[in-house]
Design a protein around this ligand. Structure first.
Ligand SMILES: [Zn+2]
Ligand SMILES: [Zn+2]
Length: 154
Protein backbone atom coordinates (compact mmCIF):
# COMPACT_ATOMS: atom_id res chain seq x y z
CA UNK A 1 0.00 0.00 0.00
CA UNK A 2 2.75 2.44 0.85
CA UNK A 3 5.02 1.54 -2.07
CA UNK A 4 5.08 4.00 -4.95
CA UNK A 5 6.34 3.43 -8.50
CA UNK A 6 8.84 6.22 -7.83
CA UNK A 7 10.40 4.18 -5.01
CA UNK A 8 10.77 1.19 -7.33
CA UNK A 9 12.30 3.38 -10.03
CA UNK A 10 14.72 4.74 -7.44
CA UNK A 11 15.80 1.18 -6.53
CA UNK A 12 16.09 0.37 -10.22
CA UNK A 13 18.38 3.35 -10.66
CA UNK A 14 20.59 2.14 -7.82
CA UNK A 15 20.79 -1.35 -9.36
CA UNK A 16 21.76 0.21 -12.69
CA UNK A 17 24.40 2.36 -10.99
CA UNK A 18 25.84 -0.69 -9.18
CA UNK A 19 25.88 -2.57 -12.48
CA UNK A 20 27.87 0.26 -14.07
CA UNK A 21 30.32 0.33 -11.13
CA UNK A 22 30.94 -3.43 -11.26
CA UNK A 23 31.41 -3.27 -15.04
CA UNK A 24 33.88 -0.41 -14.68
CA UNK A 25 35.88 -2.38 -12.09
CA UNK A 26 35.96 -5.43 -14.32
CA UNK A 27 36.92 -3.39 -17.36
CA UNK A 28 39.79 -1.91 -15.34
CA UNK A 29 41.49 -5.32 -15.10
CA UNK A 30 43.73 -5.86 -18.17
CA UNK A 31 42.62 -8.69 -20.44
CA UNK A 32 45.99 -10.43 -20.09
CA UNK A 33 45.89 -10.32 -16.27
CA UNK A 34 45.61 -13.75 -14.61
CA UNK A 35 43.20 -12.15 -12.11
CA UNK A 36 40.59 -11.65 -14.78
CA UNK A 37 39.61 -15.30 -14.63
CA UNK A 38 39.02 -14.97 -10.89
CA UNK A 39 36.55 -12.14 -11.52
CA UNK A 40 34.10 -14.07 -13.68
CA UNK A 41 31.56 -14.13 -10.85
CA UNK A 42 31.75 -10.34 -10.53
CA UNK A 43 31.31 -10.02 -14.29
CA UNK A 44 28.21 -12.23 -14.00
CA UNK A 45 26.96 -10.14 -11.05
CA UNK A 46 26.93 -7.07 -13.29
CA UNK A 47 24.55 -8.89 -15.63
CA UNK A 48 22.27 -9.87 -12.73
CA UNK A 49 22.24 -6.26 -11.53
CA UNK A 50 21.26 -5.13 -15.02
CA UNK A 51 18.40 -7.66 -15.03
CA UNK A 52 17.37 -6.57 -11.52
CA UNK A 53 17.19 -2.94 -12.66
CA UNK A 54 15.03 -3.91 -15.64
CA UNK A 55 12.72 -6.03 -13.46
CA UNK A 56 12.32 -3.20 -10.93
CA UNK A 57 11.47 -0.77 -13.74
CA UNK A 58 8.86 -3.23 -14.99
CA UNK A 59 7.36 -3.58 -11.50
CA UNK A 60 7.16 0.22 -11.26
CA UNK A 61 5.25 0.34 -14.55
CA UNK A 62 2.95 -2.51 -13.54
CA UNK A 63 2.18 -0.88 -10.19
CA UNK A 64 1.46 2.49 -11.80
CA UNK A 65 -0.88 0.84 -14.30
CA UNK A 66 -2.66 -1.08 -11.53
CA UNK A 67 -3.08 2.05 -9.40
CA UNK A 68 -4.58 3.86 -12.38
CA UNK A 69 -7.33 1.22 -12.42
CA UNK A 70 -8.05 1.59 -8.71
CA UNK A 71 -11.01 3.72 -7.77
CA UNK A 72 -10.75 6.54 -5.27
CA UNK A 73 -13.72 5.20 -3.28
CA UNK A 74 -14.56 8.32 -1.26
CA UNK A 75 -18.25 8.12 -0.35
CA UNK A 76 -19.10 11.33 -2.25
CA UNK A 77 -18.25 12.55 -5.74
CA UNK A 78 -16.32 15.67 -6.76
CA UNK A 79 -15.41 17.50 -9.96
CA UNK A 80 -12.24 15.71 -11.17
CA UNK A 81 -10.62 19.09 -11.82
CA UNK A 82 -12.07 21.36 -9.16
CA UNK A 83 -12.94 19.17 -6.19
CA UNK A 84 -15.75 20.03 -3.83
CA UNK A 85 -17.54 22.38 -6.20
CA UNK A 86 -20.63 20.38 -7.14
CA UNK A 87 -24.27 21.36 -6.88
CA UNK A 88 -27.01 18.81 -7.36
CA UNK A 89 -30.54 19.56 -8.44
CA UNK A 90 -33.16 17.12 -9.70
CA UNK A 91 -30.55 14.44 -10.34
CA UNK A 92 -28.32 16.73 -12.37
CA UNK A 93 -24.96 17.64 -10.88
CA UNK A 94 -23.10 20.75 -11.99
CA UNK A 95 -19.59 21.99 -11.16
CA UNK A 96 -19.90 25.60 -10.05
CA UNK A 97 -16.43 26.36 -11.47
CA UNK A 98 -16.27 24.75 -14.90
CA UNK A 99 -19.98 24.19 -15.50
CA UNK A 100 -19.50 20.51 -16.36
CA UNK A 101 -22.66 18.49 -15.71
CA UNK A 102 -23.44 14.88 -14.85
CA UNK A 103 -26.92 13.49 -15.29
CA UNK A 104 -27.02 11.84 -11.90
CA UNK A 105 -26.48 12.83 -8.26
CA UNK A 106 -22.69 12.68 -8.41
CA UNK A 107 -22.27 14.09 -4.91
CA UNK A 108 -24.35 11.27 -3.47
CA UNK A 109 -22.34 8.49 -5.07
CA UNK A 110 -19.04 6.81 -4.32
CA UNK A 111 -16.12 8.42 -6.19
CA UNK A 112 -15.02 6.32 -9.17
CA UNK A 113 -12.12 8.48 -10.33
CA UNK A 114 -8.69 6.79 -10.58
CA UNK A 115 -6.38 6.96 -7.59
CA UNK A 116 -3.48 9.33 -8.33
CA UNK A 117 -2.28 10.56 -4.92
CA UNK A 118 -1.05 9.13 -1.65
CA UNK A 119 -1.81 11.43 1.27
CA UNK A 120 -0.12 10.84 4.62
CA UNK A 121 -1.59 12.74 7.56
CA UNK A 122 0.39 14.06 10.51
CA UNK A 123 0.07 10.77 12.43
CA UNK A 124 1.14 8.66 9.44
CA UNK A 125 -2.22 7.36 8.19
CA UNK A 126 -2.15 6.89 4.44
CA UNK A 127 -5.11 7.48 2.13
CA UNK A 128 -5.15 6.99 -1.63
CA UNK A 129 -7.30 9.47 -3.51
CA UNK A 130 -8.06 11.04 -6.88
CA UNK A 131 -7.10 14.47 -8.27
CA UNK A 132 -10.42 16.01 -7.26
CA UNK A 133 -10.44 14.75 -3.68
CA UNK A 134 -6.83 15.76 -3.10
CA UNK A 135 -7.85 19.40 -3.59
CA UNK A 136 -10.17 19.27 -0.60
CA UNK A 137 -7.62 17.32 1.42
CA UNK A 138 -4.96 19.96 0.75
CA UNK A 139 -7.24 22.60 2.21
CA UNK A 140 -8.39 20.54 5.19
CA UNK A 141 -5.33 18.55 6.29
CA UNK A 142 -2.57 20.54 7.92
CA UNK A 143 0.75 18.77 8.31
CA UNK A 144 -0.09 16.14 5.70
CA UNK A 145 2.25 15.15 2.90
CA UNK A 146 1.04 14.67 -0.66
CA UNK A 147 2.79 12.36 -3.09
CA UNK A 148 1.78 11.71 -6.68
CA UNK A 149 1.73 7.95 -7.23
CA UNK A 150 3.00 8.08 -10.80
CA UNK A 151 5.78 10.67 -10.44
CA UNK A 152 8.52 11.88 -8.16
CA UNK A 153 7.14 15.40 -7.82
CA UNK A 154 4.85 16.26 -4.93
ZN1 LIG B 1 -15.12 21.62 -12.39
ZN1 LIG C 1 -12.14 10.87 -5.49
Amino acid sequence: MSITPAQLRDLAGRAEALCAEVRALYAGVPAESPERAQLQAAHQAAEWLKRAGEDLQRAAGDLAAFRALQECGFPWGVCPEHGNTLSSKANVTTCRVCGRTWDYDRRGQKCREPVTWKVTDSVGTETLMCDGHVLGARAAMTGATFMRLDADRQ
